[in-house]
Design a protein around this ligand. Structure first.
Ligand code: NAD
Length: 368
């Protein structure tokens, strides 16, 4: 039986509540003999600032480095709005992404049939939607230098950000997208702006070469990022995997997110490079949503985004694809039974965070 080390960082606000529901699943897995998960708990965000004066302690960073996967809840809240910039709760996330080298952000957008009416688009446009956005996470315009505001001395200022990509950064994210597509429908759309950006020209060239050299079994399509945004709203089911840079990925994944209904439904993964010896990747799994201070502590949070994030860990870090599929099916079954947390109840009857977590665990046990 395989053993895995998990660092669980619940964080702040509803991060705490939704983490409890993932722990229930982990505890159950540990009783079944399917795999053995050793869980260490750490502090991140405001909780860590209160305890250590930092968004994450060195000790927890060491644990993150040696873990097979970090499972992260959410951080932030009004209590920490005035802490110094480099110690703000979100600094924990940035530090983890940077120090673990998590360059590939995976954001699936799945529209469960039972929730198709919760989308702002028509049912036939979104029902059964299952796309995966692979976003480059550690390069591009969010990190490129120079990045500054200069005073032009004539009453004007100039804001500068630099969009910059090197070949190796594009190659490695393209490989992740092609590899992942093989376990899906073997179709990749690469989105950039080669018509107006040099980084887009290079992106296009490198993705084309990686495809021709290693992945001719996968169907590759190039799409301009603005057209991709339009197509996502027009007919999103045309896509399987979309690979794109940091900036366009930020926008396109939020567009895709809204196709599916609620923030409380969206998981994500961030993966690093494959270790040449063990074949494992550093990885962090987290719901897309934040700490939701408006509903924290009231058992109103939807735990599905967090539970589905754990499902992604089963798939991408623990080699338990069948169990990841079963967990996704358990979520679909619970929704098909009509169980809803408040955010997806459309004003109808709803259950609490723990009840939703319990229902998904019960549905998983039935599938086991
Ligand atoms: P948010 O995602 O926390 O909440 C936005 C809205 O969605 C709120 O009305 C909230 O109640 C609702 N919501 C979010 N998750 C939900 C869930 N699981 N179930 C039901 N409803 C849910 O975003 P925000 O309000 O802009 O930010 C709140 C705090 O979270 C801020 O401090 C922000 O900086 C932080 N934040 C953290 C992360 C992260 O940790 N990855 C991401 C985004 C925001």
């Amino acid at each position: 039986m395989a053993n895995f080390n998990i660092l669980l960082l619940p964080g702040d606000g509803i991060g705490q509540e939704v983490s409890v529901e993932v722990e229930k699943l982990i505890n159950w897995f540990n009783t079944t003999g399917i795999a053995q998960f050793s869980v260490e708990r750490g502090l991140a965000g405001g909780a860590a600032y209160d305890a250590h004066g930092e968004a994450i302690s060195e000790d927890d960073m060491r644990k993150a480095q040696s873990s097979d996967a970090v499972i992260f809840g959410a951080v932030g809240g009004p209590k920490w709005d005035k802490v110094p910039y480099d110690k703000r709760p979100e600094a924990a996330l940035l530090r983890l992404r940077k120090d673990l080298g998590l360059f590939a952000n995976l954001r699936p957008a799945i529209c469960y049939p039972a929730l198709a009416d919760a989308s702002s688009l028509k049912r036939d446009v979104v029902e059964g939607l299952d796309i995966l956005i692979v976003r480059e996470l550690t390069g591009g315009v969010y990190f490129g230098e120079p990045k500054t505001i200069i005073d032009l001395g004539n009453g004007q200022k100039r804001g500068i950000d630099t969009q910059v990509y090197d070949t190796y950064e594009i190659e490695r994210i393209a490989k992740v997208a092609f590899e992942l597509s093989r376990a899906r429908h073997s179709r990749v759309a690469s989105a950039e702006k080669r018509n107006v950006m040099k980084s887009g020209v290079l992106w296009n060239e490198v993705v084309t070469k990686v495809h021709a050299d290693h992945y001719t079994d996968v169907k590759l399509e190039h799409v301009l990022a603005d057209n991709c945004a339009m197509q996502l709203v027009r007919w999103p089911k045309q896509y399987d995997v979309i690979v794109t840079d940091n900036l366009f990925g930020d926008v396109l994944s939020d567009v895709a997110a809204m196709l599916t209904g609620s923030l409380g439904m969206l998981p994500s993964a961030a993966l690093g490079a494959e270790d040449p010896v063990t074949g494992r990747r550093k990885a962090m799994y987290e719901p897309v949503h934040g700490s939701a201070p408006d509903i924290a502590g009231q058992q109103l949070a939807n735990p599905i985004a967090m539970i589905a994030s754990f499902g992604m860990a089963l798939r991408y870090s623990f080699g338990l694809k069948d169990w990841a599929d079963k967990l996704d099916q358990a979520i679909a079954n619970v929704l098909a039974q009509g169980l809803r947390t408040k955010d997806i109840a459309s004003g109808g009857a709803h259950i609490g965070t723990a009840q939703m977590g319990d229902a998904i665990l019960a549905a998983l046990k039935k599938l086991a």
